[in-house]
Write a protein of this length. Sequence first.
Length: 80
Amino acid sequence: MVGLLLVAEGISGVIDHLWYQPIFGLVLNFVNRIVIPRLDFLTGYEVLANLAVAVLGGLVLLGSTALPGTDDRGTDDGVS
């Protein structure tokens, strides 16, 4: 769930930075509107920072689906 939110926030942040993105602005553009402007070293790299958030979310999704010992519901299958 966190990975999916990060992917959505990263993509939405890129859209919001290049154009105005009004859909769920406070939720999907939190990183783009609140976090990135407060980090001076990201000035000029806003699009790359948002893309990095999306990639990080994709890696979290990938990692969470590849965990051994869990079934499709994410519960322990009892195999040691």
